[in-house]
Design a protein around this ligand. Structure first.
Ligand code: NAD
Length: 505
């Protein structure tokens, strides 16, 4: 197979084709990016931001075309499709206002290094590889891409094999924005193209994808010693406490679980509810979920849209089947809708047990298993028992207690009475912990990771502090310095005596 066939998940129609780049072509793309980076890296932050202003203009002008492509190729609702354009624009705007400050060189005055001036300056890394998934194909490609460019790097993007036309569109946007030729390269293809990119001599990689592939990527990047940001999967929990506003909790959790038909890394995939309110909460959640409209994203009133890939649909089927077989009760949904398109209705499971795959493994679809707990302690310990650590939320009226509980959750993003609240905010960096990955994208930290913080120094007064030949005098000096700086008052007096002693001078 030398090309990818892109299909609309809502009806199976072919949308177009894209080449699968060979390793030689990937290497050529990296080399072209490297050539273009030389001038770009030497430009000032202000000059680069000026060029990126043109990207903002193109994004605004092309918002309808981009959203249309997201709807047809990936399948999410129109509100969320436009949201992807919005997040990219927000990030450019944030860096316009803040990049110069974030990337400002700073002087350091080490107390043992006063003979020299020291400065920490940002150096672009060179060529940044971005490997992105299909679920937010614009946001998750553009966020690292924009940060890399602002920091003075060139970028080679490898979009998902399920959304290659969106990848090609991203390349076109940068051409329309008139950025230097070759600075942004898009290499379409599958996992093998991603592997080729890692081996093609890039200087940093941002990988967003599954934990299983993240492990393979980390191993390969490790062989080449490429600095890595890993944004991986989650098994995110919502904890409903007995004092929660149950209507608010049910509505908030439904949205947090079913946005993009649950195909979001931060989507709620397990609910722990305190015994005292379990029955009432489950009833409210089921009633509200039953009212959601399932169907293609061409109708803006459809809340839960297509399941993008066949593989994903199979995972959903398998998890529900296994849960049923182990004794779970399906209160709503449970089976894919018949027809050519891939649609899975909101599905609510109760009587679930902790050993079911629907409670352990990433679901990435509109399935909500509910587990009753005795108290908040049990819910927190079950939440933290997962190998994943992306997001979690607690639903309670007691904001003071809730805030304390949030700090005990082993996740990158924790919220009270809402879920995944950092997403869409350019100012807040994004990233998980544990098996959900490491490093940050977006925000201040996301930009800082795109440069090497290089130390440069030059003489201020006199010559070198240390140097050959070594002697007893120098040994005495270092010994005395240790006592002088870190000793008790008595030891400091001893240090002064050592320094003044004849043999020390
Ligand atoms: P995936 O791991 O199958 O693929 C992601 C990208 O990596 C694709 O472009 C794919 O071609 C490429 N790839 C796959 N194997 C590779 C390899 N061995 N070497 C190099 N490249 C390789 O993930 P997906 O199905 O596209 O996306 C869904 C997954 O991504 C879910 O697990 C989801 O939780 C995760 N995700 C995480 C975040 C986050 O920010 N933490 C955001 C979105 C999605």
């Amino acid at each position: 197979m030398s090309e990818l066939v892109s299909r609309n998940p809502a009806n199976g129609e072919e949308l177009g084709r894209a080449p699968i780049y060979t390793p030689e072509q990937v290497r050529a793309a990296v080399q072209a990016a490297r050539n273009a980076q030389i001038g770009w890296g030497q430009a000032s932050v202000q000059q680069r931001l000026c060029a990126l202003k043109r990207l903002s203009r193109v994004l605004v002008e092309q918002a309808d075309a981009i959203a249309r492509l997201i709807i047809t190729e990936q399948g999410k609702n129109q509100v969320e499709a436009y949201g992807e354009v919005m997040t990219a624009l927000e990030l450019v705007h944030f860096y316009q206002k803040n990049a110069a400050r974030i990337l400002r060189p700073r002087s350091v005055s080490p107390r043992l290094g006063i003979l020299r001036a020291h400065r920490i300056v940002p150096r672009p890394r060179g060529v940044v590889g971005v490997i992105s998934p299909w679920n937010y194909p614009v946001t998750l490609s553009l966020e690292p891409l924009i940060a890399a460019l602002v920091a003075g790097n060139a970028v080679v993007l490898k979009p998902s094999e399920y959304t290659p036309l969106i990848g090609l569109k991203i390349g076109e946007l940068f051409r329309q924005a008139d950025l230097p030729d070759g600075l942004v390269q898009v290499v379409t293809g599958d996992a093998s193209t991603g592997q080729a990119l890692i081996c093609a001599g890039i200087d940093k990689l941002v990988f967003t994808g599954s934990v299983a592939n993240g492990r393979k990527v980390a191993a390969l990047a490790g062989e080449h010693l490429i600095p890595l940001t890993l944004e991986l999967g989650g098994k995110d929990a919502a904890i409903v406490l007995a004092d929660a506003d149950l209507d608010q909790a049910a509505e908030g959790i439904l949205w947090g679980a079913l946005l993009n038909a649950g195909q979001a890394c931060l989507a709620i995939e397990r609910i722990y509810v305190e015994q005292a309110v379990a029955e009432a909460f489950i009833q409210k959640l089921t009633e509200k979920a039953a009212r959601l409209r399932v169907g293609p994203a061409t109708d803006p009133n459809h809340d839960v849209c297509a399941i993008t890939t066949e593989a994903q649909q199979n995972i959903l089927r398998h998890q529900v089947q296994e849960a049923r077989a182990k004794g779970a009760q399906v209160l709503l949904g449970g089976d894919p809708l018949p027809g050519r398109g891939r649609f899975f209705p909101p599905t609510i499971l109760v009587n679930v047990s902790d050993d079911m795959s629907v409670m352990q493994e990433e679901t990435f679809g509109p399935i909500l298993p509910i587990r009753v707990v005795q108290n908040a302690e049990e819910a927190i310990s079950l939440t933290n028992a997962s190998p994943y650590g992306l997001t979690a939320s607690i639903w309670t009226r007691d904001l003071r207690r809730g805030r304390q509980l949030l700090t005990r959750l082993e996740v990158g993003d924790a919220a009270l009475n809402d879920h995944g609240t950092s997403s869409g905010h350019a100012e807040i960096s994004w990233g998980g912990c544990k098996a959900s990955g490491y490093g940050k994208t977006r925000g201040e930290e996301g930009l800082r990771e795109m440069v090497i913080w290089q130390h440069i120094s030059w003489p201020r007064w006199g010559g070198q502090l240390m140097g050959f030949p070594y002697s007893q005098k120098k040994v005495n000096f270092v010994r005395a310095l240790i006592l002088l700086l870190f000793g008790t008052w008595k030891e400091r007096w001893r240090a002064i005596r050592i320094m003044l002693a004849k043999e020390a001078r």
